[in-house]
Write a protein that binds this ligand. Structure first.
Ligand code: CO8
Length: 270
């Protein structure tokens, strides 16, 4: 799989994994409108991959930042100073739409945070299924220090991840926290010594997931998104439908057959 060259991001494919690198190290990978345009184009390409007949060539996505210092230091402050309220709304809703599309991909998306994940950078990481980080990574929502508020989903997703009380403290103080504390809060799943170890671990996790049924992974991801925030009884009803749907798949037939035959399953992916 080949991707075109973008001016603000890089995309590569190897061993079922697509790696997206935010690539504006001179501005600490700040999420400019050009980054939004480039991510939008790349997501169109990726979404097309899941609609074609080649099966599941892509089994996971990792998003990381170029350079030693940052995943992304937020929305582009230089650009924002010149925005009208209408342009700000457009910027916010376009990036929010991208985060929803990331959440709707039928494969896991891991944020590999290798430095600052601030403001919009933290919000982009929150739109991924889970976050791995380096020891030197830091997280925060400093919008209030700029007279701003989160605009890429932070007021919604941060409290979903760490609970309303911890989220309020982070959002009101604008405080930066280190990876280790972010892990204690449940924002980060695992912490690694350096960028190389971080990316290796993310790739290993995607490879582990790729050993399982792609239709089941996609269904679990979709079900978890659909039940979030719903009353338990509604969530359980959605889960039962998803469970029923699994029984229509060849993957389920193969997985259960292989178990009983004491063989490794060869999931057809449908
Ligand atoms: N936007 C644009 N440029 C940036 C940004 C940014 N967010 N962050 C850093 N840069 C640039 C700096 O201006 C600097 O450029 P130059 O070399 O031309 O002066 C370069 O990157 C390197 O940065 P520093 O020299 O500041 O590096 P330090 O190591 O000294 O500091 C920090 C690193 C602490 C990360 C510091 O750069 C910083 O505080 N950055 C801003 C972090 C921030 O406040 N982010 C939140 C932005 S608001 C936001 O994300 C809201 C999202 C919702 C928007 C909704 C739409 C309207």
């Amino acid at each position: 799989m080949q991707f075109k060259e973008y001016s603000t991001i890089q995309a590569s494919y190897a061993q079922s994994l697509v790696t997206i690198t935010l690539n504006r190290p001179e501005a600490l990978n700040a999420l400019s409108t050009q980054v939004v345009d480039d991510l939008d184009h790349l997501l169109n390409v990726l979404e097309g991959e899941f609609g074609n007949d080649d099966g599941w060539q892509v089994r996971g996505v990792v998003i990381t930042g170029a350079g030693e210092k940052a995943f992304a230091a937020g929305a582009d402050i230089r650009e924002m100073t010149a925005m009208t309220p209408g342009q700000a709304w457009d910027y916010s809703t376009r990036m929010q739409a991208l985060t929803l599309r990331l959440e709707s991909l039928p494969v896991p998306v891991i944020a590999a945070v290798n430095g600052f994940a601030l403001g919009g950078g933290c919000e982009l990481a929150l739109a991924c299924d889970f976050i791995y980080a380096t020891e030197s990574a830091s997280f925060g929502q400093p919008e209030v220090s700029l007279g701003l508020v989160p605009g890429f989903g932070g007021s919604v997703r941060l409290q979903q991840r760490v609970g309303p009380s911890q989220a309020r403290e982070l959002l009101f103080t604008g405080r930066r926290i280190r990876a280790e504390q972010a892990q204690r809060l449940g924002l980060v799943n695992a912490v690694f010594g350096d960028r190389e170890a971080l990316l290796a671990a993310a790739g290993k996790t995607i490879a582990e997931i790729a050993g399982h049924s792609p239709t089941a992974i996609a269904a679990v991801k979709e079900t978890m998104a659909r039940v979030e925030g719903r009353p338990t009884s509604d969530g359980l009803a959605i889960e039962a439908d998803s469970f029923k749907q699994a029984f229509t798949t060849s993957d389920m037939r193969e997985g259960t057959r292989a178990f009983l035959a004491k063989e490794k399953p060869a999931f057809p992916g449908n």
